[in-house]
Design a protein around this ligand. Sequence first.
Ligand SMILES: *Cc1c(COP(=O)(O)O)cnc(C)c1O
Length: 550
Amino acid sequence: MRQTKHKQATANEESMLRIFTVPEAPDSTLGRIEKEISQNIIGFLNEHVVAKEQLLGEIEKDFSNADVPENPHFVSDHTAFLLDKLVAQSVHTASPSFIGHMTSALPYFMLPLSKIMIALNQNLVKIETSKAFTPLERQVLGMMHNLVYANTDTFYDEYMHSERCSLGAFCSGGTIANITALWVARNNLFKATADFAGIAKAGLYRALMHYGYKGAVVLVSERGHYSLAKSADLLGIGRDDVISITTDENNRVDVNAMRQQAKALKDQGIAIMAIVGVAGTTETGNIDPLAAMADLADELQCHFHVDAAWGGATLFSKQYSALLKGVERADSVTIDAHKQMYVPMGAGIVLFKDPEISSNIEHHAEYVLRKGSKDLGSHTLEGSRPGMALLVYASMHILGRKGYELLIDRSIAQAQYFASLIQSQTDFELVSAPELCLLTYRYVPAPLKALLQCQDPILIEQINECLDDLTKYVQKRQRETGKSFVSRTRINPSVYGGQAITVFRVVLANPLTTESILSDVLAEQRELAKSSEIALPKLMSILAQWQTNS
Ligand SMILES: *Cc1c(COP(=O)(O)O)cnc(C)c1O
């Protein structure tokens, strides 16, 4: 750490005004600090291992003073503190052996380009604070809309820069995108009539009274993301009104079960606010049968939303876009640019098939968002917003569709390779095969793998419970050791009759992850499993007991 200066920074008018003035000399403090930060960050990003686990409690000690500092600190001193205490203890999401989450490496150009966004500090809520950025954001929405719906040039000419409606909305992430989509669905279902002001003005209770419904629900597979429950809560229908529908052995929603459930609810006087298809489930990356769901939505005459927060970018790939067939019939679609579009955190997108539908959530105010203005804020949930669209725009140009296609195809090929590597081991079990670049698996000592084929459900259940402990142990130790990281989750594969089991979850989105890293991950897990002092001996005693009995 840099030596703390003895000179004390002081708060006076001159010094406070100075920190808002961009220093011009190349050798200025700014230049020096920037260089130091850049070098440090690049050093951090080039480390091949995940940061050594420091107890969270220890890190908390560095961040536990509730007093606002009385006196100013020098920027250089403060930067040194941040590099030492914050950067050094951060998670290496960019490491090629960090393969457990949807957050991974960024293209290098994001770092310098994001400076433009911060330097200009535009506020996308209204034109008056974001001239040029507003048209740019509308173009990005148009490009993404085109990717999903492939409308005509005339359509985009008419709607891209229309002040009346919007092709979609930019927001901070998939959660807000899903909330916005269901908000539109709700307001469209309970729209104004000759003798009803519409739900936006009159609220849910009066809307239900007016339309004569006993309630309203959203139907989604049991693999639906928890943000849908949050949305339901916020929109006043309640978390219990997100109805979970069973899935098949590939984690895809059972559309017939959804149909029956929807019809039963309708018969009880409940309105179907929306059915939601998942394109890339968070746990296993599977895609619902979207075309069949679009048919169902037609039958039910209800809103069809597709949560493609993770899988949406698959549309860039000619080879794999067909997996999302039917998405073009969705009334709304969520895509997270900060996931498989390799844009920094804080970039979600919701798209509307019919741009006019966004008028259901339109909001105007006198000093901003005046009627007839092109302010984006009149159709968004959020108010003040940064110019993140710039980074999506840049990325779509610098990578191009073909660049994205290459990355998507590569990550799926990588997942397929890893799946076959797992299957070729005598002591690993592939639990969910990859449809996109996600898969789940677990370590199962070879003799127990054979035993799991037996016909005794009680024995299988007992083995699975011990394996859960082993998986948890290995995942935790692997994270703490810090060489690599996979996450874990619980799923209920049909091979075990619906019993929930704990599995390793891998997301292969980092283009720099190599085959040898993947082999090392398995080798490390095997070694860690052997070091287990509780779960492994327990499994071995189950095995020994079975061998004596039979
Ligand atoms: C990530 C994800 C979300 C939530 O997105 P955030 O950007 O984390 O708010 C919603 N649905 C699915 C399927 C996701 O993968």
